[in-house]
Design a protein around this ligand. Structure first.
Ligand code: GLA
Length: 393
């Protein structure tokens, strides 16, 4: 963690300036439940976390954009011109903010000057907590602030997803950008990914906390596998459309699915679709249980979600399974599941506050035995979405 003063100083010394930058922040996210449902027109139930990306920026007189990340100091200052924002492999991480600048301008906002922007993130990279959506939205609110524009928040969220889908080339859904852009302190949001209708639910866990457990597994294959799952769901949908007038798997009830599943010719595709339909129902149920304060019932649905992601969607792997299954066996744990795309990344667990030390010890004992290295633990608060930071960081 760095103070605002430390970040200001870093900005001034890296960009060799005495201008005072403005500071913006966008969180990372967890997803309580509703996994691999967003691109199937289903429900998700994510929340923004208190970890995220800080972006400090000041406008320049000319047309140059300069980006620097304190997380990738070896990449140095990455420089480009507002008039040439096309994707460039050599620009590495800075393609994310470049993509935002490009699409904001393409959306009709006239940005007449360049800027110097320093990034500092405290979300572990590649851990499946949406560090990329966090950079995108931090840049979005920075552009709004520095250039005195008002960008409709849902439009900004869609611009972020467009950067992933068309600029970077990752075929992801809307959940990450939505959670990062719309987060609310102490609340999770139930989002219908088909209509983008949403509602907030307070996350009151009484004497429990949400613990994030990082598998520390490199997620090399995740992109290929992610796209493969999408394609499998699309194939299942095409089969079902012979019998049903639906545009997405998210429209199906469990009963409708069971009555029509024989139209899905491939048994693997059938399992994928089953996960989506059942997960969707669980997500709505979990929202209700949490609203009513039924923590145990809520957490039980989290466990069922993991099992379905393990057996039917097959995106967990030994690391996430070891964490979730060990967590289920521990005293003081209400529930645990993987979050995000899977294949590594993070799990979450609802753990009794008093038992968190024991939780970490026990998980790591078994995890190290089975996997060969340790997991990392974070206890985070549920925070606000992307915004300018006026007070001390
Ligand atoms: C990744 C994607 C999201 C979503 C999840 C799985 O985080 O970016 O859009 O599909 O995986 O729920």
């Amino acid at each position: 963690m760095k103070t605002k003063q430390e970040l200001n100083n870093a900005f001034q010394s890296i960009f060799q300036t005495n201008r005072t930058p403005r500071t913006f922040f966008a969180p990372g996210r967890i997803n309580l439940i509703g996994e691999h449902t967003d691109y199937n027109g289903g429900y998700v139930f994510p929340a923004a976390i208190s970890y995220g990306t800080y972006a400090l920026g000041a406008k320049r007189e000319d047309q140059t954009l300069r980006f620097y990340s304190m997380n990738f100091p070896e990449k140095g200052i990455i420089e480009c011109d507002l008039a040439n924002l096309s994707f460039n492999d050599a620009h590495d991480w800075a393609n994310y903010p470049k993509g935002i600048f490009l699409y904001v301008m393409e959306a009709g906002f006239n940005l007449s000057h360049g800027a110097d922007i320093l990034y500092y993130g405290n979300i572990p990279n590649g851990a499946g907590l949406s560090s990329s959506a966090s950079i995108e939205l931090a840049t979005g609110v920075l552009v709004e602030g520095l250039y005195e524009k008002t960008i409709d928040r849902i439009d900004m969220i869609k611009l972020g997803q467009k950067v992933e889908n068309h600029y970077i080339g990752v075929n992801s859904g809307i959940m990450d950008q939505f959670a990062v852009g719309m987060g609310k302190e102490n609340h999770a949001m139930l989002l219908n990914c088909n209509t983008l209708e949403y509602s907030y639910a307070p996350v009151n866990l009484n004497d429990h906390v949400v613990m994030i457990i990082n598998t520390n597994k490199e997620r090399k294959l995740s992109q290929t596998k992610y796209n493969e799952r999408r394609a499998e769901c699309e194939a299942a949908l095409t089969n079902l459309q012979q019998a049903l007038k639906i545009d997405s798997l998210g429209e199906l009830t469990k009963e409708e699915f069971e009555a029509n599943k024989h139209f899905i010719t491939n048994s693997t595709h059938q399992k994928r679709a089953k996960h989506v339909v059942y997960e969707n129902t669980r997500t709505l149920q979990a929202f209700d249980e949490l609203q009513q304060g039924n923590l145990e019932a809520f957490a039980q649905l989290l466990n069922e979600s993991h099992i379905s992601l393990r057996d039917d969607y097959e995106v967990t792997g030994a690391e996430l399974d070891t964490i979730a299954e060990t967590a289920w066996s521990l005293d003081g744990v209400l529930g645990a599941r993987m979050v995000g795309a899977g294949f590594g990344g993070c799990a979450i667990a609802i753990v009794e506050k008093e038992k968190t030390e024991n939780f970490k010890e026990q998980i790591n004992k078994i995890y190290k035995e089975k996997i060969g290295y340790e997991a990392t633990f974070y206890t985070v608060a549920i925070g606000d979405g992307a915004k300018e930071i006026i007070e001390e960081v």
